[in-house]
Design a protein around this ligand. Structure first.
Ligand code: G6P
Length: 506
């Protein structure tokens, strides 16, 4: 399914029903930038700088998927207004029409105080729920005042939803672990409204979840949904199992639903994906060859093979493990010294948190350890760039790579794996993929690795570098077929159509 097909499929179902998306991140951000002032007149008046307000769209899979739906159906997207020029571009209630250059739907921005953002986003969401659900051996931090802010912010977003629904029929589509309490709050106020949620991160087993001091409140909140989606069946099983153990409820394993207070919440897998058309790159073979040549030249490669990785700088992504495996490859297979380079891009993320600062320092020291041990006058084993890259630049790196490595210790899905596949119209290149990603369940023709097993990981890199082109092609064809037929539009379509069917029988 492509974006137009999705929009038309949902346009019919949503004709008399308002679609409301709730997400922490907004689809359009306004920022104020200071630039050198242009023109002689400014210069004569001594004005050296001018301030301009610009809008940008975050490079987010969720925005890519839902923005076309919202454009077609004209609903409301409710999000935290985090840009430094967001207030001046919205009305008194935080509303504006977007896209700013072609208004089609409403963005409603919620203003958070620094204390609310700290407690709800950095605290409860990213220091408690994120590590709790990922089980990547980072201890969750449970802080009562963070919890209070999380409750408060969920209440504030729920009030905005209720206000936006007004007297209409509506489907409310809630995103992620930032809003575990909101579905119940909306449902209590408006039992006639259909509420569904997608949980973009894993759901842990019930033993792991037990340590959460507010487990019951979180589950009670989530069971306010009519439908809750996870990436894979395994997370659905974990969720129902957790509910079964922790709450007074009836779990129906036959229909995959939990009943509480006389109404069901259905639980289903919806594997998220990408828009593959965004990653195709140059159409002509000659342009592709030139692109690869330019990338290799810009990296200073001199005939070396290229192993590539790109991630948010997050401790769940297994970046130190990948660097250690690369070092082990150079130890165990000295024939690769001087003949292979690893390029690692890390996009800074949640830098305010000490756990993320520690990860950044750890990655740097792992890079240094490999480089200090193996570098020569003519070869740097690891090139590391800790900065955001534009998707076009990433596409070029994907196409220039011999091997792309995704080594998450635990990941709900992982979209880098799918982007690499979509970028490889030449049907070459090898994906080395952690078996602990949701993506590994769909992408069985990738080379699967356990990132905790450093020697086996190093051997998998060795095998990937040696894989004959015919084998690469066979695997890449199968992987591309999967990504082409399971796009992010199929994901949004399946979930929202299920929600619309529930809405229709209400
Ligand atoms: C994960 C989460 C998303 C989140 C993204 C980026 O994929 O599931 O909800 O938006 O990380 O993190 P950030 O905290 O910057 O929004």
């Amino acid at each position: 399914m492509n974006s137009a097909q999705l929009a038309s499929a949902l346009g019919d179902s949503l004709r008399d029903t308002r679609l409301i998306v709730v997400a922490n991140r907004e689809p359009y951000i306004h920022v104020r930038r200071t630039r050198p002032a242009k023109g002689v007149w400014n210069w004569l008046r001594g004005r050296r700088e001018s301030v301009e307000v610009e809008w940008t769209r975050p490079a987010s899979g969720l925005v890519t998927a839902l923005d076309p739906v919202m454009r077609a159906c004209g609903g409301t997207w409710i999000a935290h207004g985090s840009g430094n020029a967001d207030r001046e571009t919205a009305d008194a209630r935080g509303r504006l029409k977007v896209p700013p250059d072609k208004p089609a739907y409403t963005l409603r921005r919620i203003w958070l105080t620094p204390e609310e953002e700290q407690g709800y986003y950095y605290g409860l969401a990213n220091s408690a729920l994120w590590p709790l659900c990922h089980i990547a051996y980072a201890r969750p931090v449970f802080d009562e005042s963070d919890w209070q802010q999380y409750v408060r912010v969920n209440r504030r977003f729920a009030d905005a939803v209720i206000e936006e629904v007004a007297g209409q029929r509506a489907v409310v589509f809630v995103q992620d672990y930032h809003f575990a309490l909101l579905p119940r709050l909306v449902k209590e106020a408006r039992p006639d409204v259909t509420v569904c949620q997608f949980w973009h991160i894993p759901w842990p087993n019930r033993e792991a979840f037990r340590v959460c001091p507010w487990g019951e409140e979180i589950l009670h909140g989530l069971l306010g949904n009519d439908l809750i989606g996870f990436h894979v069946q395994y997370h659905c099983n974990n969720f129902l199992d957790t509910v079964d153990r922790a709450l007074e409820s009836r779990v129906d394993y036959e229909h995959f639903a939990a009943w509480r207070g006389g109404r069901p919440t259905f639980v289903k897998p919806f594997p998220i994906s990408i828009d593959p058309t965004l990653w195709t790159g140059p159409a002509k073979a000659g342009d592709r060859t030139a692109e690869v040549k330019n990338v290799r030249q810009a990296l200073g490669l001199n005939g070396q093979r290229l192993i590539f990785g790109v991630d948010r700088l997050d401790y769940t992504k297994g970046i130190p493990d990948r660097l250690k495996a690369f070092g082990r490859l150079l130890e165990r297979h000295p024939e690769w010294r001087g003949r292979v380079t690893m390029v690692q891009v890390g996009a800074p993320s949640r830098e305010h948190l000490t756990r993320y600062q520690a990860l950044m320092a750890e990655v740097e020291s792992c890079v240094e350890a490999v480089n200090d041990k193996f570098k020569t006058d003519h070869w740097l084993p690891v090139i590391y760039r800790a900065e955001h890259h534009h998707p076009d630049a990433l596409g070029q790196l994907y196409r220039a790579a011999d091997v792309c490595v995704v080594s998450s210790l635990h990941d709900g899905m992982n979209l880098v794996a799918k982007e690499f596949i979509a970028a490889r119209g030449d049907e070459l290149g090898v994906l080395v993929l952690s078996e602990f990603t949701g993506a590994a369940r769909e992408l069985d023709m990738a080379v699967h690795v356990n990132p905790f097993a450093v020697d086996a990981f190093a051997d998998a890199l060795h095998a990937a570098l040696l894989m004959p082109p015919a084998d690469q092609r066979k695997r890449m064809r199968a992987l591309r077929e999967r990504v082409a037929t399971h796009t992010v539009f199929d994901w949004a379509g399946a979930l929202l159509q299920a929600a619309c069917r529930m809405e229709a029988v209400r």
